[in-house]
Design a protein around this ligand. Structure first.
Ligand code: MG
Length: 377
């Protein structure tokens, strides 16, 4: 069933790609999707991910995941699984590296706060903002705004989208309206994101001391893997026990996804990319795995994301973003000159773009510059 070296017949290839918005000469020495990946890595938004929160604010500790290390872990998982399934690894990697480019500072609290601020101005969705970043906001090339990525990478970046927004996105928004599916590479990057954060949040949560090994005994997917590690390595404790357990969990989630996806592809009789678009979602966990993952997510939500120390941080983040937005809306002359210029076309959107581009520490500094009495500039 192989058409291009090592690829399944249902993989995205350069031959079945819908190409780029602005025509460009084909790359030399690398594929179109490798070129996408390279452009993403060299973008400004990608470098900013280093100072954006995943769960813990960047300055809370040097060992916690940031949005950058999270994105690298998602790319690693996506590549491994893509290779096992004979998919286009380069495309899958590009999607994974770009998936959080539009995320505002302070993790989900930042997204929710900015969305609330933008309620009367079309809302704020971080997936859509990732697309906006690669399509419009990056200023790197003379011939076009944005990075001029391939259709398939852009399709993968846009994993969710509300119907009103989809209607304005032309071809790219169609699937949200007619219920078709994106490439398997895109579906995969979406679930690899979930595997990455469910596991690294357990690791970071334990490292921070906000959750404990004893609490995790009630979560079967963790407890079972911990028992397996202890059976093999009696007496193992500390960081090694945690890492071995998390490592096994990542592996078992990836293997379950690969096996179930393979069987979904076979059952649906998928032969090519058109079949992929028309079929129900093909990348999935097994029925046995789903409730175990749900338990883990519920545990993380109740014990880590809603931990009072995390909530204090997210509450502060919400206030910072709300304050910045209100101050700029009240007087756009407080914006840096390039955003003042953009704010003449669409004030609220220009302000949202400015805030979404901020790193955690930049937002904190900007808040201090605007609100702290005694700050000069
Ligand atoms: Mg993510």
């Amino acid at each position: 069933m192989s058409t291009v070296a090592g690829l399944s017949s249902y993989a995205v290839t350069e031959a079945n790609s819908r190409g780029r918005q602005w025509p460009e000469a084909p790359p030399t020495g690398r594929s179109e999707f490798q070129r996408d990946r390279d452009r993403i890595i060299h973008s400004t938004a990608f470098r900013r991910l280093e100072y954006k929160t995943q769960v813990f604010v960047n300055h809370e500790g040097d060992l916690f995941r940031t949005r950058l290390t999270h994105s690298i872990e998602v790319a690693q998982l996506t590549r491994s699984i893509a290779r096992a399934l004979g998919l286009n690894e380069d495309l899958a990697e590009a999607i994974a590296l770009a998936h959080d480019l539009g995320h505002p500072p302070f993790g989900h609290a930042g997204q929710d706060a900015l969305n609330a601020c933008m309620k009367d101005f079309g809302g704020f969705e971080h997936n859509l903002q990732s697309l906006r970043t690669v399509d419009l906001l990056e200023e790197h090339y003379a011939a076009f705004d944005g990075l001029n990525l391939t259709y398939e990478t852009r399709e993968g970046i846009l994993k969710h989208c509300s119907l009103p927004h989809a209607a304005r996105l032309g071809e790219l928004g169609q699937r949200f309206i007619n219920g078709t599916q994106p490439s398997i590479e895109a579906q995969l990057a979406n679930l690899a994101d979930e595997i990455a954060y469910n596991n690294h949040d357990v690791d970071d949560g334990l490292r921070s001391g906000l959750i404990t090994l004893e609490q995790l005994d009630a979560v079967s997917i963790f407890a079972d893997h911990r028992r397996a590690v202890e059976a093999k390595w009696p007496g193992l404790g500390g960081r090694k026990l945690i890492h071995e357990t998390v490592r096994l969990m990542v592996n078992s989630m990836a293997l379950d996804l690969i096996a179930q996806t393979r069987s979904n592809i076979a059952d649906a009789g998928i032969r090519n990319l058109d079949d992929v678009h028309a079929a129900p979602r093909l990348v999935s966990y097994s029925d046995a795995q789903l409730p175990r993952l749900r338990d883990l997510k519920v545990f993380l939500r109740e014990n880590l994301y809603w931990h009072y120390q995390v909530l204090r941080m997210t509450d502060k983040a919400r206030r910072i973003i709300g304050d910045l937005f209100s101050a700029f809306m009240a007087d756009p002359r407080l914006l840096p000159p390039q955003y003042q210029l953009k704010s003449r076309e669409d004030k609220a959107r220009a302000i949202a773009d400015y805030i979404a581009g901020m790193t955690d520490r930049y937002a904190i500094k900007e808040h201090r510059r605007l609100f702290a009495v005694g700050e000069i500039h």
